[in-house]
Design a protein around this ligand. Structure first.
Ligand SMILES: CC(C)(COP(=O)(O)OP(=O)(O)OC[C@H]1O[C@@H](n2cnc3c(N)ncnc32)[C@H](O)[C@@H]1OP(=O)(O)O)[C@@H](O)C(=O)NCCC(=O)NCCS
Length: 283
């Protein structure tokens, strides 16, 4: 898994990518450049990356030839009395997304962490990012452990654009049977027909999905929470709508988590869902 992989690149061309630890100053600087491109700011400097690597952390790059297409940065930490890897950042350059590089870097990380005796890799992600949800909940089989409103405060991220930085905290139990099985079998097919919805949605005047009505007292064992399939485009075009999505989904997740529900799965956008995407919550 730490090694070479072949992908179908843009236009169907074959792309050979090596996932391996970053090791030189130039490679650490490249991680800084990717951060600048993706978030518009550098939160983990070359110095920090280099020192973290020496202290039990991991810095991985996905290299297409000499060019770094993405990187992953994790440090060793302690969470609820267990040693874990906290995977603070992963990013793939725009033109190289959706090829499977993020998945490959996570697999490589898992392998290296297991070799260190680590059983959990944790990180956060924005619940409204459907691509991250598909990868984390669907492909990797993480468990969502918490919802943190405005987790990092207002920070200068080009993605967040001044919105509250709400996050799910995830635990990827990398040695568990559940995860081994998920990696072997892929995301389960979930039949969402007939499940009640915590939010009824409709297209707004700006052409993006908005919430029409919230249902916060559904008692059935399983229910759906819809999220927008293209949050970045929606946020760029209609920041007020993005702000509403943040407030409304915060209410929904906090309400149902307090009522004992957990995220069971994620249904990615597809023709069979009419392009919609949903978290499945289960009590
Ligand atoms: C999150 C990120 C690292 C993923 O990298 P990636 O290489 O594109 O990931 P992968 O290709 O392995 O997986 C993406 C999955 O999302 C799916 N996807 C694509 N568009 C989607 C959408 N609009 N909604 C839901 N899923 C979508 C892809 O089909 C793929 O799933 P599949 O492998 O089952 O087909 C990348 O999108 C990124 O850099 N984002 C910005 C930074 C960020 O959010 N980092 C993570 C938090 S630190």
């Amino acid at each position: 898994m730490v090694g070479f992989h072949s992908f179908k690149g843009p236009g169907g061309t074959a792309l050979r990518v090596q996932v391996r630890p970053a090791r030189s100053w130039e490679e650490f600087r490249e991680c800084e450049r990717i951060q600048q491109e993706v978030w518009g700011t550098i939160a983990a400097s070359s110095e920090l990356l280099s020192v973290t690597r020496k202290c039990g952390g991991i810095v991985l790059g996905a290299f297409a030839g000499k060019k770094m297409a993405g990187f992953l940065y994790a440090f060793l930490g302690r969470l609820e009395k267990r040693l874990v890897h906290w995977s603070h950042m992963m990013a793939v350059r725009q033109g190289s997304r959706d090829l499977g590089l993020g998945f490959r870097m996570k697999l490589a990380h898992r392998k290296l962490a297991l070799a260190q005796g680590i059983k959990s890799i944790c990180w956060t992600y924005d619940p409204l990012q459907s691509r991250n949800a598909a990868l984390n909940v669907g492909r990797l089989g993480v468990q969502i452990t918490k919802y943190i409103p405005d987790c990092y405060g207002h920070f200068p991220s080009a993605i967040e654009k001044g919105l509250a930085s709400d996050r799910f905290v995830v635990n990827w139990a990398i040695a568990s049977q559940r995860v081994v099985q998920r990696l072997r079998q892929g995301p389960p097919q979930i039949d969402v027909s007939g499940l009640p919805r915590a939010n009824e949605t409709a297209l707004t005047a700006s052409g993006f999905l908005g919430n029409r009505k919230l249902h916060l007292s559904i008692r059935s064992r399983r229910l759906l929470v819809e999220i927008p399939p293209h949050t970045d485009a929606m946020r760029a075009a209609d920041i007020e709508l993005a702000r509403r999505w943040r407030q409304e989904t915060r209410r929904i997740f906090q309400t149902y988590f307090r009522a004992g529900c957990r995220v069971e799965g994620f249904v990615a956008p597809s023709p069979s869902t009419g392009g919609g995407c949903f978290y499945v919550l289960k009590k």
